[in-house]
Unconditional design. Structure first.
Length: 376
């Protein structure tokens, strides 16, 4: 299938192209920030918070320093306490579990469904105990988890649903945005996200004014009034410079997500008949935003090596399930077979709003050759 043409390498993401679109607008806004010396908080932060809440259809958005803090603050504000159990999927970035552990609560990983690799409601139901305080569905790869199937489980045990919406900015399920389906959600604006800052940043989304107020309190040293500290909190606030970048990119997020969807459709067409490549599909009721385009192949590590050798910068999200990581060494291989098998086969192909049809053709050709060679 290879053309033999020497084509330039294809990056996993292209942040420079995004930044070029917003450069002039961002620099103009930053000039205002520096001239007014509004370096902490100020209009830039509140304007972004309001805009992002409106974009998702949430009542409240509280900007924080990063996505891990966002999850921790949402969990704390939602009532998770030391010793409580929090159910989460085994295949997620470790920050999902870290946020739980930093509270002194106990992460309880469960397996995922085999088709979409999202948290399995059946596995969640089986993991509930009298100590369960929260369930954390992770909207992985730009999908939205099946939260409506988790709601009755949470209600039956008095748990709160806190969404991990770091990879799903703009995704919907049955018309409702990811990040608005539970009591609260934490999201990350790490640069590579669909809505990415120029550094670390995050936010908590909620429709509950009391929970939003609690997040603001805990993220400001437990203080709602200067030098009056009502709780033990910590310092986690959205940087003003990042708010400026995020506001400019937010205005383009819907269009960028449409480009991602078009790119995903193009990959699906290019790879539909390639033996040995299992392509992802959109779940009924979902409109995915394709933060990542994750295929499954045999001999994944050999395939990845061949892609890299050809200048295709594919990746793996994630090679080690949470329960098998060194940080959570109590886990045992075989505990969550779907997540573990996926970790051996998943491969993230280059996908970003500005990817070209020619780049995707190149990726598909090299991937087909690599899979064929690895299986021979």
């Amino acid at each position: 299938m290879s053309t033999g043409v020497d084509v330039e390498s294809v990056p996993l993401v292209d942040l420079a192209a995004q930044q070029a679109e917003v450069h002039e607008e961002v620099m103009a806004e930053l000039a205002d920030v520096f001239s007014s010396a509004s370096f902490i908080g100020g209009p830039a932060v509140s304007n972004f918070e309001s805009a992002y809440a409106s974009f998702l259809g949430a009542r409240h958005c509280v900007g924080v320093a990063n996505g891990t803090d966002a999850l921790e603050l949402a969990l704390r504000a939602g009532g998770v306490c030391p010793g409580g159990e929090v159910i989460l999927p085994a295949n997620t970035f470790i920050a999902t579990a870290e946020a739980v552990s930093r509270i002194g609560a106990v992460p309880v990983p469960v397996d995922v469904d085999p088709e979409y690799l999202l948290i399995s409601p059946e596995a969640v139901a089986a993991a509930v105990t009298s100590r369960t305080q929260a369930i954390v569905p992770v909207h992985l790869f730009g999908q939205t988890a099946f939260v409506e199937r988790l709601v009755p489980i949470a209600q039956s045990c008095g748990a709160v649903i806190i969404e991990d919406a770091a990879q799903s900015q703009g995704a919907t399920r049955f018309g409702a945005h990811a990040g608005t389906l539970g009591a609260a959600a934490g999201t990350s604006f790490y640069p590579g996200k669909n809505l990415g800052a120029a550094g670390d940043a995050g936010a908590v989304l909620t429709n509950d004014p009391g929970l939003a107020a609690r997040v603001r309190l805990l993220g400001a040293h437990g203080s709602s009034e200067k030098y009056r500290h009502e709780a033990i909190g910590f310092n986690s606030r959205l940087d003003t410079v990042q708010a400026v970048v995020l506001k400019a990119k937010l205005a383009r997020l819907h269009a960028w997500n449409l480009r991602r969807r078009a790119a995903a459709e193009r990959y699906a067409a290019l790879l539909a008949d390639v033996p040995g490549v299992e392509i992802p599909r959109e779940a009924p009721g979902n409109v995915d935003v394709w933060h990542l385009y994750v295929v499954r192949v045999q001999h994944r590590d050999a395939v990845l090596q061949a892609l890299h050798a050809a200048g295709i910068h594919a990746g793996i999200h994630y090679p080690v399930p949470v329960h098998l990581s060194e940080a959570y060494a109590g886990g045992h291989s075989g505990s969550f077979p779907v997540a573990e098998e996926a970790a051996r086969r998943i491969l993230s192909l280059p996908l970003f709003p500005h990817i070209t049809a020619e780049q995707q053709q190149r990726v598909a050709e090299v991937l087909a050759d690599a899979v064929g060679a690895a299986g021979s």
